[in-house]
Design a protein around this ligand. Structure first.
Ligand code: NAI
Ligand SMILES: NCC(=O)COP(=O)(O)O
Length: 334
């Protein structure tokens, strides 16, 4: 078989961590398994007691069994939690289980028993209060587990890819955290993984200014003049295809988006508001710079609708498909 003939069943299945069990994660895993019917083989790691009562699932002894089970039911790698679950009402006693499942799923990807990690949403404050979780989200925890210092959060849908350069910090802390070193590392990691996983040899990277109107020549802030423009000019001479600093408010309309492959933004909401507005149901969160593949739906735990059967599985399905495509592209490049 040549590398170009690779198909999903040639890959190890994807590991899906359960996330916060009182959120929409469990029901979305069941829905995704039914709709995908084995087209993207994956297994769910969690407590079977947390699945909806009518869920079609089968426990597996090892990840490889998922390839056989996935066409007809959700393959479940059992992970017992401290408590049962009431959808919409998180139980702090289950917080440690959520963290342990992320760790276990990651280990399975690191050993090659899973081809990629897909994570269902966690509730950061529940994990902090219930188990002293010391990380702002998955992204930083996975960097720790992967043994890398710097990773990049990217959200992607068919019409847009965005990267928040600073991630889960208070807005007042952004100007200090948004440094030339961080922006340069983010550009390098983004460019490398755009090639590795999506085949862009020279991705066109747009960079948003920090300030309104990208500073308007220093009238509304000077970070653009002081260091952003010199950094961008220096990296251009090294072959990076960069554009910016661009005025953040005018870089996301349709014609502007056609001019770049990925937009780097100074802070969380500058990046996530446009993509969640354009495609909330199809957006995928992917971590770049890790020594393994990780994707996630773009939404959170949605406690307000958990257990009601109305949660939309589109973003989880897109995340599973993207993980599979990334694994195939990375394998072909070997
Ligand atoms: N990857 C992850 O682990 C993520 C975790 N979160 C966490 O989730 C928690 C709740 O965050 P929120 O800001 O409330 O955002 P959220 O995404 O959970 O909910 C926002 C709104 O979107 C709706 N919604 C979310 N997912 C949906 C789906 N699949 N189908 C239909 N409607 C859906 C909800 O019902 C709610 O009205 C927070 O702790 C946040 O940190 C948020 C984003 C990603
Ligand atoms: N706003 C994105 C988000 O909360 C997801 O964070 P992470 O858990 O992927 O680090």
């Amino acid at each position: 078989m040549s590398q170009s003939d690779l198909c999903p069943s040639d890959l190890a299945p994807i590991a899906l961590s359960c996330g916060e069990p009182a959120g929409v994660g469990p029901e979305l895993a069941v829905k995704a398994a039914k709709l995908l019917a084995g087209a993207v083989p994956f297994f769910w790691i969690g407590d079977p007691r947390h699945l909806p009562s009518d869920a079609l699932f089968e426990e597996i002894a090892s990840p490889a069994d998922a390839l056989r089970i996935a066409p007809g039911a959700l393959p479940v790698l059992r992970h017992d939690f401290a408590a049962e679950v009431r959808p919409g009402t998180p139980d702090l006693d289950n917080a440690q289980g959520v963290i342990d499942v992320i760790r276990r799923a990651t280990a399975l990807v690191q050993t090659g028993e899973a081809s990629a990690l897909c994570t269902a949403p966690i509730h950061k404050k529940v994990l902090k209060d219930g188990a002293g979780y010391a990380f702002p989200g998955h992204t930083e925890f996975l960097a720790h587990l992967g043994g890398v210092e710097r990773v990049v959060m990217m959200l992607a849908c068919t019409e847009l890819r965005v990267v928040p350069v600073t991630i889960h910090i208070a807005l007042k802390d952004v100007p200090e955290a948004f440094t030339p070193e961080l922006l340069e590392d983010t550009i390098r990691i983004t460019a490398a993984d755009m090639e590795r996983y999506w085949g862009y040899a020279h991705p066109r990277i747009a960079i948003a200014g920090l300030n309104p109107h990208a500073g308007e020549g220093g009238a509304m802030g000077t970070e653009e003049i002081d260091w952003m423009i010199p950094l961008i000019d220096r990296l251009k001479t090294q072959g990076f295809d960069l554009k910016g600093p661009m005025p953040p408010d005018t870089m996301f309309h349709g014609r502007a988006r056609a001019g770049y492959d990925v937009a780097l933004c100074a802070y969380h909401d500058q990046a996530l508001i446009p993509i969640k507005t354009i495609d909330f149901s199809g957006g995928v969160n992917v971590t770049l710079g890790l020594p393994f593949i990780r994707t996630s739906p773009d939404h959170g735990t949605a406690f307000d609708i958990a257990g009601k059967g109305v949660a939309d599985p589109s973003s989880l399905i897109a995340a599973l498909k993207m993980a599979q495509d990334m694994a195939i592209t990375a394998r072909k490049a070997l």
